[in-house]
Design a protein around this ligand. Structure first.
Ligand code: KE4
Length: 432
């Protein structure tokens, strides 16, 4: 039964006005619901696992502002800490003890991290780490994987995932060939293709960057031996291994995918969760490499708001909450209930589906699977996903508005929320 109480009048009015003011009416493309149809809802406020839109409708949220809200939205401890920090000012543009605190926490948590530099987004972190890979190795070529997304910097917009995949923009206008000519791509989980690239470009590849668990082509996990193989290949060829853990960092384990899988890259990028909902990114890793970063070394990178006290405060409080015992066991339990439940319901209602979860990150494709790479993912029935997304939204469940995104839970989600979500899924899938 469609929840007819969902009225979106004010959302529609505000979004209509927004489209006159901002391209597509949004500040980031994937929010526009282009690939799922219908209009986005306009948020009024968020709390814990829930969203309220401007028409007063409540939703259980599985986007969590694309990852940062792993403690639940507007956690009281984070809000209280921010209130105190606000009294001391919003930005210093100068050293602040809070940077030391968050840096120590990140270095203690993430196996590859010996030093870290804070920036203001995942895009900035990935841009800087690419420059650092090239500066350290004195090589220019980089390998990325089809469907992986490392932010919107020019050199990464080659067969990228997330909004690029959602909007079917394999490359973007405005990106000169001269910039992407050094970006080599391979299918995810294909070690032979990576080996071939190293053999075809001897001594020219600075490194390999990847999402150690893919969230930007939908949810795709590394095949057994894939991460180990990349670690061996990069060492063999004097190249660097870089884990883009902007999404997986502090989500699939407190120490990220590198802790979960026991593979230590040379460099790591972070974002989302370490800012606790405020703009933060970071890159870091081996001390000998990070020592090249200005002003310690010659590789330039800078930022007015980098390390600002508000963002540091939100990040510190968020990591303090996450490192409490039992956090990741709970996240894994409820997310497994959700992912397994969705797949079981799809099967019961006659839909081909595949997917799964790792800790608080999950995904489901409407295709028989298995999905090992972006080509597999593109076989999914995106029209059916769009109808599923709309049906769930009408029943008060807010899923990522794209088949090519992962879903996120938080420790504010209860087992009752999961059961309510599965009941909605049962209703929707029965009528898809
Ligand atoms: P930001 O510049 O959006 O903070 O981070 C870029 C980025 C880098 N690396 C990975 C693995 C990422 O997932 C992201 C950003 N993720 C998308 C969601 N898939 C952000 C949402 C958006 O673009 O609006």
């Amino acid at each position: 039964m469609v929840n007819t109480s969902i009225k979106t009048t004010k959302s529609q009015e505000i979004f209509a006005a927004a489209q006159n003011l901002m391209p597509g009416g949004v500040s980031s493309p994937v929010r526009a619901f282009k690939s799922v149809g219908g209009q986005p809802i306009v948020f009024d406020h968020v709390k814990g696992a829930y969203i309220w839109d401007v028409d007063g409708n409540q939703y259980i949220d599985y986007v969590g502002t694309w990852g940062p809200a792993i403690c639940g939205h507007a956690h009281p401890d984070v809000i209280a800490a921010l209130h105190d920090a606000l009294e001391k000012g919003t930005s210093f543009g100068a050293p602040c003890a809070l940077e030391n605190v968050l840096a120590e926490m990140v270095i203690a948590a993430v196996p590859s991290m010996e030093m870290v530099r804070f920036v203001n987004s995942g895009t900035e972190a990935c841009m800087a780490v690419l420059r650092l890979m090239r500066a350290f190795t004195k090589r220019e070529k980089v390998i990325k994987f089809e469907g992986c997304y490392h932010g919107h910097a020019d050199m990464f917009l080659v067969k990228a995932g997330s909004g690029v995949a959602t909007l079917g923009l394999p490359d973007s206008p405005g990106v000169p060939k001269s910039v992407t000519s050094n970006t080599l791509t391979a299918p995810y989980n294909d070690l032979e293709a990576v080996k071939a690239l190293f053999e075809e470009n001897p001594g020219e590849i600075a490194g390999v960057i990847l999402e150690p668990v893919v969230g930007n082509a939908g949810f795709i996990t590394p095949d057994a031996g894939f991460l180990e193989g990349l670690r061996e290949l990069t060492q063999e060829h004097g190249a660097l291994l870089v884990f883009d853990e902007v999404m997986t960092g502090f989500r699939i384990a407190y120490g990220g995918a590198q802790e979960k899988f026991g593979i230590t890259p040379d460099l790591t990028t972070l974002g989302k969760i370490i800012g606790g909902g405020l703009p933060v990114g970071a890159y870091g890793g081996r001390r000998d490499i990070m020592s090249m970063v200005a002003p310690a070394g010659p590789m330039y990178q800078a930022g007015t708001l980098s390390g600002n006290p508000l963002a540091m405060t939100a990040g510190i409080k968020t990591l303090e909450l996450l490192r409490k015992p039992g956090t990741y066991e709970y996240l894994d339990k409820i997310t497994k209930q959700l992912a397994d439940g969705l797949l079981a319901i799809a099967k019961e209602t006659g839909h081909e589906a595949c997917g799964g979860q790792i800790s608080a990150m999950f995904g489901m494709f409407f295709c028989p699977g298995p999905v090992h790479n972006y080509e597999d993912a593109k076989k999914a029935d995106t029209n059916k996903f769009g109808r599923f997304h709309r049906g769930m939204l009408e029943r008060g469940i807010y899923l990522a508005p794209s088949q090519f995104e992962a879903g996120f839970t938080s420790f504010a989600h209860t087992e009752a929320d999961i059961q309510q979500t599965l009941q909605a899924a049962r209703d929707v899938m029965a009528s898809l």
